[in-house]
Ligand binder design. Structure first.
Ligand code: ATP
Ligand code: MG
Length: 803
């Protein structure tokens, strides 16, 4: 697999088992497989199995151990299967990075071998042809409390069984007339061991073998044989097959097969607000509730791909979920988070206006000879904290569009954007003030007349005034029209399958697709490769729909919103986002339950903050405003807006020292780490110990260079220990930075005298000792020395080192 983000370097209980098997010399090579039935498109649940199986093969191979993963189509049921599904599965597995090389197999290629093994079982008296109906077989099988009773056909002679089975194959009987059963144990507490079916008659055309066969093997019989034929060592499947393992082992033991694979079960991936079975997904497709298997609302791999989700986002999601033996339902917000988090680091920022409202800048030059006057403004593609570069030019002209939501005629106090008489900053552009509101006959606002301040190009005013709001915009004549498709969750309830009385189809969210016909996007997007994933500033992540978009008619899919908009809509969030862990059904491998306990799903703290904002609109607004208005980096804004106590503490500190970026940097780098080291939270600290005013005072002392970085950290510790104000501590302890050359010089002379040896070595050419001396000065001064000055004085006072 190509991505480094998958399971790399991580372990899970399956890898622990494989390591132990290798240590014990049980295997010389590791073979896994991904065995889909081609009866539908793959969904995100399958990606867990794909990344696990192919990831194991890749990682062991990288360690020099022969390892591979097979792609095997479990095509033993002709009725629901189709070649279209085979092709789609190959595409999806490859897209996720699965590499099978030459190892692509079809169960149907083994039909003859399987038939021969069935004949062997009959010869050995381990299988018989039963002529009861399926209904009767079920009745005879008994129940958990009651053993099964033998079918009257159980003791047919080997000859009769061989004859009947050959005639079943030859097509002499109708569907359901006979079946082949294993002869195992009718009293076995595991119902699957009570003479399971091995073959049934199906007069149906198979997508690969055509009409060659009219008997088809059952899953348990076929799957164990397929694994054994292919020398699979570790056969990984989901937990619902746990009871089948006994039968799997029986098959391997009682057939003449070239290898002995073992089955291990792991928890299936379930996600709320969706359904995850090919059969149910097919209903949605066939009933036209969605537009095909690749509808971007579906949890299919094809749907996610078309929506614009990068494979790396699925890798990190699966990584967050982890592999364990405890069944769980993962909150879809975690998937949405993984997508946003992935795109945040990669997506160039551009501007689009989804709900255009015209703005005319009355003091901007008019068009001449039909040509609009235009300025091309510099605009960076990435914010400071994203390690990517690039910029483009954005056209600015007399007529613009802004988003309708960024204007209010009668704004409440908390509204910081455009309103009559108010000034806002246009992103990358100028400050504009709304002078006049134009309405149509129905009283709707159709246009704003504004004036711009030519002195504010690039977003700064010479007089330092700083409008609170910054909004995005596009030039009316230069922007391009685009259709924008906004996707929401496909189901409006958390567990659409939960109510046995109701069909899950009833819960399809009627607002899961909203189409905006006349959005406007800045012209640069047309020049970029069509598969660029953008952040439309303040709107979300978008890319061009790979099927429907063209340069003539742009169509953008929203891949993800910038933050969770769903939880806000619900009055009382039913459940905070979390992984709902259920106990594993049993724990018969001891490796497993331990490892699932030791490794709970990896939920990064930033995910928790994202969730907090999803539940609390005031935090979400702060996240946006910290970036827009204080120009904090995404990460700093995230850290400060994920918890109300932190946000309020930060804002109160600004009242004392109004330098949002300096204060934020210090919070993020000094205050929050120090608190977390002491296992303290801002919300829980008593005012006696730490006040926002005190913290602001300390940051100011540091920013004014009155204390060094090291001392500021030390003072914070003393504040937390004593509750004293920083200025008092600095004064009483004499912690002010030493910038006095005389004072520092005297200190240095003392140090040089004490370290004659080092001075001699320095003179002999060991230049690196300079750092040692600086360190000694810092130590002797208790961290108060100005490190730059100390270095300078040391260089003056030390002998010139030899070359
Ligand atoms: P579906 O009910 O969606 O058809 P399935 O289990 O029948 O699922 P298969 O095509 O047989 O689908 O699955 C191929 C592999 O993918 C199997 O090994 C199966 O265990 C695994 N798998 C399927 N669904 C999930 C899931 N939700 N989470 C993890 N693994 C899964
Ligand atoms: Mg299935």
């Amino acid at each position: 697999m190509s991505s480094e983000k998958t399971e790399e370097g991580r372990t899970n209980f399956i890898r622990t088992i494989i390591d132990a098997d290798l240590d014990a010399g049980k295997h010389q090579e590791i073979v896994t497989r991904f065995p889909p039935e081609p009866n539908g498109y793959l969904h995100i649940g399958h990606s867990k199995s794909i990344l696990l199986n192919f990831g194991i093969a890749r990682d062991y191979a990288a360690r020099g151990i022969p390892a591979r993963c097979h792609l095997r189509f479990d095509d033993t049921n002709p009725v629901a299967e189709d070649i279209e599904y085979v092709e789609s599965i190959k595409e999806d597995v490859a897209w996720l990075g699965g590499e099978w090389g030459e190892h692509i197999y079809f169960a149907s290629d083994y039909f003859e071998q399987m038939y021969n093994i069935a004949v062997d079982l009959i010869r050995e008296g381990r299988a018989y042809v039963d002529s009861l109906s399926l209904e009767e077989i079920r009745e005879y099988r008994g129940s958990l409390s009651e053993p099964g009773k033998p079918s009257p056909y159980r003791d047919r002679s080997v000859e009769e069984n061989l004859d009947l089975f050959a005639r079943m194959r030859a097509g002499e009987f109708k569907d359901g007339e006979h079946v082949l059963r294993a002869k195992i144990d009718l009293a076995n507490p595991n119902m699957l061991m009570r003479d399971p079916l091995l073959y049934r008659i199906r007069h149906a055309t198979h997508h690969r073998t055509g009409d060659d066969w009219c008997i088809y093997p059952m899953y348990d019989f076929a799957h164990a044989l397929e694994d054994a034929f292919e020398h699979v060592t570790h056969s990984l499947c989901s937990l619902e097959f746990e009871n089948n393992r006994e039968l799997y082992d029986w098959m391997v033991e009682n057939s003449d097969v070239p290898s002995r694979p073992h089955q291990y079960e792991f928890a299936r991936l379930n996600i709320n607000y969706t359904v995850m079975s090919k059969r149910k997904l097919r209903q949605l497709v066939e009933k036209d509730l969605v537009h095909g298997w690749d509808d971007p609302r579906l949890p299919t791999i094809a749907g996610l791909r078309r929506r614009g989700v990068p494979p790396s986002a699925i890798h990190s999601f699966i990584d967050m979920v982890g592999v364990a033996r405890a069944n769980s339902t993962v909150d879809v917000q975690m998937l949405e988070y993984a997508i946003r988090d992935d795109l945040n680091m990669k997506a160039p920022r551009v501007m689009s206006v989804l709900d255009p409202l015209k703005v005319v800048l009355t003091n901007y030059p008019e068009a001449e000879d039909g040509e609009a006057a235009v300025e091309w403004l510099d605009a960076d593609y990435f914010p400071r904290d994203v390690p990517m570069d690039g910029s483009r030019k954005v056209p600015f002209s007399r007529e613009l569009y802004i988003d309708r939501a960024d204007f209010m005629e009668n704004p409440p106090k908390s509204f910081w954007r455009l309103a009559p008489g108010r000034e806002v900053r246009l992103r990358y552009g100028y400050f504009i003030t709304c002078d006049e509101v134009i309405k149509n006959e129905a009283g709707e606002v159709v246009e704003l007349r504004c004036s711009y301040d030519p002195e504010t190009r690039g977003g700064e005013a010479p007089d330092g005034r700083n409008p609170k709001g910054t909004i995005h915009w596009v030039s009316a004549s230069h922007s391009r029209e685009a259709e924008v498709r906004i996707y929401d969750r496909l189901f409006s309830v958390e567990f659409p399958e939960a109510d046995p009385e109701r069909d899950f189809l009833e819960f399809v969210n009627p607002e899961s697709l909203r189409i905006i016909k006349n959005a406007r996007v800045e012209p640069s997007v047309v020049d970029d490769p069509a598969d660029t994933r953008y952040q439309f500033e303040r709107e979300g992540y978008f890319w061009q729909d790979p099927k429907d978009s063209s340069t003539e008619k742009l169509v953008f899919n929203r891949i993800a919103a910038l933050r969770d908009t769903w939880a806000k809509k619900q009055k009382t969030p039913e459940k905070p986002a979390k992984v709902v862990e259920k106990k594993a059904k049993s724990a018969n491998d001891d490796a497993d339950s331990k490892s699932s306990r030791r490794r709970p799903s990896k939920k990064p703290a930033s995910y928790e903050r994202d969730q907090a904002r999803a539940q609390d609109a005031s935090l979400a607004a702060r996240f946006e405003s910290y970036q827009q208005d204080y120009e904090l980096s995404h990460d700093d804004a995230d850290l400060l807006s994920g918890d109300l106590a932190v946000a309020e503490f930060y804002e109160t500190a600004l009242e004392t020292y109004n330098e949002p970026q300096t204060v934020a940097t210090w919070f993020v780098n000094e205050l929050l780490p120090e608190l977390s080291e002491r296992e303290l939270e801002l919300g829980g600290i008593s005012k006696e110990l730490l006040t926002p005013e005190g913290v602001a005072q300390l940051i100011k002392a540091f920013a004014d260079e009155r204390v060094t970085n090291q001392i500021s950290r030390q003072v914070l510790g003393m504040m937390l220990d004593t509750g004293d104000m920083p200025e008092d501590i600095i004064r009483e302890e004499g912690l002010e930075r030493i910038t006095d050359t005389g004072e520092l010089g005297a200190l240095i002379d003392g140090i040089l005298a004490e370290n004659e040896d080092a001075v001699t070595r320095y003179a002999a050419g060991k230049r690196k000792l300079l750092g040692f001396f600086v360190g000694q000065v810092m130590k002797a001064s208790g961290g108060t020395a100005d490190a730059g000055l100390a270095r300078e004085l040391l260089q003056q006072k030390l002998p010139e080192p030899a070359e």
